[in-house]
Design a protein around this ligand. Structure first.
Ligand SMILES: [Zn+2]
Length: 241
């Protein structure tokens, strides 16, 4: 549901990427599809940006770590992300959920002086925590690297928190809040009728959402509309956790 709304927002404005925590692409690089799905989910679940967030390696990082998955390969594909801990424990929640899911797209994950990988290492079985002694202890972010072989798999990730595909009750509540917000903002359906607040994201609600946003585009700036959407869609979910 939220993915759909996010897509509509992007459609309505030709790109609301500035609200996203992570850079997903540049002129000559892009994160692989599997990583994009993960980062969109993380952004929806924990929307506040963090200084440690990152995808593409800096030039300095590239020189220091030429084999890092943060570096684009010859196709421009980037297979790693650093996900900052916006609130203490979300890194544990995220890393542990990914570990327990044994997601076949994972190469390895590093967090808080520990790491696990999808392959066995020494006496450590796949998807088992082991000590990590690298220079950067990863105290404020989760690093994840993905395998090339499954990089085009765009199924949802298990991240320890409902995001794109929450349960139906939560989705219905969020649609009700959206419908109320649309009515309050004077965004009605294709015939100019006030929306019924029924929690069903049907044709009338979609028409109000898309057409209303297009109408509003002339009077409200993108950031303000994004803020409205964020307040109506994201904050209740965060508060519920
Ligand atoms: Zn990293």
């Amino acid at each position: 549901m939220r993915m759909l709304l996010a897509l509509l927002l992007v459609t309505a404005f030709g790109g609301a990427d500035s609200e996203m925590r992570f850079r997903l692409s540049g002129s000559d690089w892009q994160v692989v599809p599997a990583l994009e799905v993960l980062l969109v989910q993380v952004d929806a679940a924990w929307p506040a940006p963090h200084a440690a967030d990152g995808t593409l390696a800096s030039v300095k990082h590239r020189e220091a770590s030429p084999t890092s998955d943060h570096n684009p390969d010859k196709h421009g594909d980037v297979r790693a992300a650093d996900i900052g801990e916006v609130v203490e424990n979300d890194g544990f929640t995220l890393a542990e959920a990914i570990r327990l899911s044994k997601d076949p797209r994972v190469k390895y994950v590093i967090h808080e002086k520990r790491m696990f990988s999808s392959y066995a290492k020494g006496t450590y079985a796949p998807f088992t925590w082991r000590p990590y002694g690298g220079d950067n202890p990863h105290l404020s972010h989760v690093h994840i690297s993905l395998l090339k072989v499954n990089q085009d798999d765009t199924s949802s990730w298990s991240i320890g928190k409902d995001s794109v595909e929450g349960d139906d009750d939560m989705a219905a509540l969020q649609v009700e809040e959206l419908q109320e917000a649309l009515n309050l903002a004077g965004l009605f359906d294709e015939d100019g009728n006030v929306l019924e607040v029924d929690g069903v994201y049907g044709a009338h609600t979609q028409a109000a959402f898309v057409q209303g946003l297009r109408n509003l585009e002339a009077t409200l700036d993108e950031a303000r509309v994004a803020e409205i959407i964020r307040q109506t869609i994201l904050v209740p979910d965060v508060a519920a956790q």
